[in-house]
Design a protein around this ligand. Structure first.
Ligand code: ADP
Ligand code: ZN
Length: 761
């Protein structure tokens, strides 16, 4: 331990400020207040400009201290206070402090991640607009009838003379569209002056509002048919349970099949929260934020809603953030990072589809789980949090068993179609043509024939996953990754789905010159096959190659809703929150990828996907049918899921996790590293492991190469850390990270720590 830690902090009369500066350092930085100011006069949660090395940086004041461990002559002064009022209240500051500490991430980067880019760069936290005022000289000149030979300038001066507080740019424009050139001329003479003033936040809100989805054709249609239903008994009970918890902490798990009315429960609870004068935060998965959902919230809540998601421009995000912070938008709907939104008087947090992996930051930056932070934020701020899902994460079900979450069940609604019939189709027992077994093809024909719509799910985009030489067996590889290249026939390309590399589609083998052939199925090929088999049934595709924007997505959904498409072929994108009432058959092309994975979470993910995709069937009046193609129909996971539903699956899976001591019965962290050669990452991890020898009770597994070791030209490896509890993990990492940071080998690799990793591959 460095000697400095043992000596008493040097006290300074004016006090010291502890500042989170956006940089990779693992600690806060100490600064003195500006000369003549006491530290306590600068509020925690406000931004300051500080000297950092040779440059100036923006930081957030996190705490005050009497003294510093730094020698007094090394303490520098804060440059300027950027916010007269703190941007973060005490509760948010505590949430951010906890986040940095729990996920072992540099605090400055965590605080920065909670702010829109413009604010990280030091821009004003309140919206500002330009006002034009007449100076005293200008007033005198105007009284004397100046400027005599410039009538437009004179008119502008007269306008300003009539408004002693000046006029905002928008008002000036309305009165005199070319006011700027006149204003410039007047300013040159010193007769007018432009001032920046805080804009009323509501103005900022309406702009953010229209950019974030707006009234769309589908949205409007959804709103028109969305009459306010009477709640079922189960919905009423759920609303009452959460509502009774207003003003204090309580965590609830709302579990119900797709269409059972979870969103209706969220809406009622948000309305209650607003009635109390409090605000609400609703988190949704990355691609769950559809125009349909937004329109439903808009038409029912009738208050400004701020929407925060990753596709916003910096300007839009700033506007939305300002509206939230100013209290003009009391409801926030957003994806992962919205968990840090400064909602005023927060009274409720909802996490929709809480099992969704997009809540966990997977790469780059602080790898937090917004779902877990939602529970923490609710606890710290004393308010209820409601997690909803048709397929809750095993962690959440475990928390129900432990009594930490209260389970609220929504059974299928009485006015809804019966649960879909699910059947397994044995790929070994039937003729298979182009990836489709005969019973599946027959079922598609049957459903199309009786006016149904068909959803075909395959978690693999492109035409075929492999390009094979029919003579020498050569398979087109990616030169930068341990991966095969995927055939994209429409684009006439071979593409790597790991590094993005692309090349023209060859017609001959790269090695022997013989003919090559695409092998296996992707969504593009399945769509082609189905179009040929059912030429009269129009088909739509939903994957990242065909759908790039919210507008594309809407067009696809529209074609299903109005019946202009009869078959939908898609990837994971089809499983999230869309309403396709006409879909009567769901076909899962291949369930087997998830059955034998090295990742202990693969089974859970497969079960969730199957149940979610099955939930798209029969939402209208007819009961749905779900067919799952597999080569392993006897696999216990599939059998359990078919016979006992998600509940049965979850009970079995939790028992397995307990026996194997996997989460939630243990805590994990993953140290990942990548380097230019096959050995640098492994060498670093080996050294990292060695400096941990003195620190049981953590169990270290590895290092091992990642399951796809070479990606984009870098070699990846990982070391798994396992402890029995959260406290042990935290204590271990606290001691260990400073040691590995100092390893010389750490400088030869890129490394990152992932606490509670979701993906172990
Ligand atoms: P989930 O969020 O669980 O998928 P939703 O709340 O979106 O379910 O409900 C699905 C559909 O059923 C929506 O159109 C909704 O308006 C309607 N709905 C919800 N609750 C009721 C109810 N109690 N009675 C009738 N219709 C309802
Ligand atoms: Zn590649």
């Amino acid at each position: 331990m460095p000697a400095a830690d043992l000596s008493p902090p040097a006290a300074t009369a004016a006090g010291v400020l502890r500042v989170a500066v956006d940089c990779p350092l693992r600690s806060l930085l100490d600064y003195l207040p500006p000369a003549g100011v006491r530290a306590l006069d600068l509020p925690a949660g406000a931004r300051v400009r500080v000297p950092m090395g040779g440059r100036s940086a923006v930081g957030v004041i996190v705490a005050h201290a009497d003294g510093s461990l730094l020698a007094p002559q090394r303490l520098r002064r804060i440059g300027a206070l950027l916010d007269p009022e703190p941007l973060f209240d005490a509760a948010l500051l505590e949430l951010l402090r906890w986040t940095a500490s729990y996920y072992q991430h540099p605090p400055g980067e965590v605080y920065a991640a909670a702010l829109p880019t413009a604010l990280r760069a030091g821009q004003a936290a309140t919206a500002q607009e330009s006002w034009l005022v007449l100076t005293d000289a200008g007033r005198a000149a105007h009284a004397a009838g100046e400027p005599k030979r410039a009538p437009r300038q004179r008119a502008l001066a007269a306008l300003l003379a009539a408004h002693s507080e000046g006029l905002a740019a928008a008002q000036l424009y309305a009165a005199q569209p070319d006011w700027r050139s006149s204003a410039r001329a007047l300013a040159k003479r010193g007769w007018t002056e432009l001032q920046l003033r805080d804009a009323p936040p509501v103005a900022a809100m309406s702009a953010a509002d229209t950019t974030a989805g707006g009234a769309s054709a589908i949205g409007a249609a959804a709103a028109a048919i969305d009459v306010i239903p009477d709640l079922s008994a189960a919905q009423t009970a759920a609303v009452a349970a959460v509502d009774a918890c207003a003003g204090r902490f309580g965590s609830f798990l709302l579990q119900g099949a797709t269409g059972s009315g979870k969103t209706e429960v969220y809406l009622r609870l948000v309305l209650r929260t607003l009635e109390r004068g409090a605000g609400a935060l609703v988190l949704v998965p990355e691609i769950g934020l559809t125009p349909q959902l937004l329109e439903r919230f808009r038409s029912r809540l009738r208050v400004p809603i701020a929407v925060l998601h990753s596709a916003l421009s910096d300007g839009e995000r700033l506007q939305a953030w300002r509206a939230v912070r100013a209290g003009a938008a009391r409801v926030v709907i957003g994806t992962r990072s919205a968990i840090f939104a400064p909602v005023q008087r927060l009274g409720l947090i909802v996490v929709d589809e809480e099992h969704d992996s997009s809540y966990k930051q997977q790469e780059g930056g602080c790898r937090y789980s917004a779902r877990d932070l939602a529970v923490l934020r609710a606890q710290q701020s004393g308010l209820p949090v409601l997690l909803g899902s048709a397929t809750p994460a095993l962690e959440s079900l475990h928390n129900v068993q432990l009594g930490r979450y209260r389970q609220l069940l929504l059974p299928r609604r009485a006015d809804q179609a019966a649960a879909p019939r699910i059947a397994l189709i044995d790929l070994r027992a039937h003729a298979v043509h182009a990836g489709l077994a005969t019973p599946v093809t027959q079922a598609i024909a049957r459903h199309l024939g009786s006016d149904g719509q068909v959803l075909v799910y395959l978690n693999r985009r492109g035409y075929a996953p492999t390009l094979l030489c029919t003579s020498c067996g050569w398979i087109a590889p990616c030169t930068e990754c341990d991966a095969r290249l995927t055939v994209h026939r429409g684009a006439a390309q071979l593409r790597c789905h790991y590094c993005g590399a692309a090349q023209p589609l060859p017609t001959r083998c790269g090695r022997c010159g013989f003919e090559v052939r695409p092998v296996g199925q992707g969504t593009e090929r399945i769509a082609e096959t189905l179009a040929a088999m059912f030429p009269t049934a129009p088909l739509a595709r939903l994957d990242r190659d065909t759908v790039h924007s919210a507008a594309d997505m809407e067009a696809v959904m529209h074609s299903l809703l109005d019946g202009s498409a009869r078959i939908l072929v898609g990837t994971q994108m089809v499983t999230k929150g869309h309403h396709f009432p006409g879909v009567s058959l769901v076909a899962v092309i291949n369930a087997d990828q998830g059955l034998f994975s090295a990742d202990f979470r693969a089974a859970e993910r497969l079960a969730q996907t199957i149940v979610q995709v099955a939930g798209r069937a029969g939402r209208g009046t007819r009961a749905g049918e779900v067919l799952i193609q597999t080569e392993y129909p006897e696999h216990p996971l599939l059998q359990n899921l078919i016979n006992n539903g998600y509940e049965g699956f979850a009970a079995g899976a939790l028992a397995e996790r307990e026996a194997a001591r996997w989460p939630p019965f243990a805590r994990l962290a993953l140290l990942r590293a990548s380097g230019r050669s096959a050995t640098t990452a492994l060498d670093f991890l080996r050294e990292a492991r060695e400096c941990a020898t003195a620190a049981p009770p953590a169990r270290l597994l590895g290092p091992v190469p990642a399951s796809m070791a070479r990606r984009a030209g870098r070699h990846h490896a990982q070391l798994l850390i396992e402890t029995s509890g959260r406290g042990e993990l935290h204590r271990f990492l606290e001691q260990w990270l400073p040691l590995i940071e100092r390893l010389p080998a750490a400088r030869r690799v890129r490394w990152a720590l992932d606490v509670d990793p979701l993906d172990l591959q």
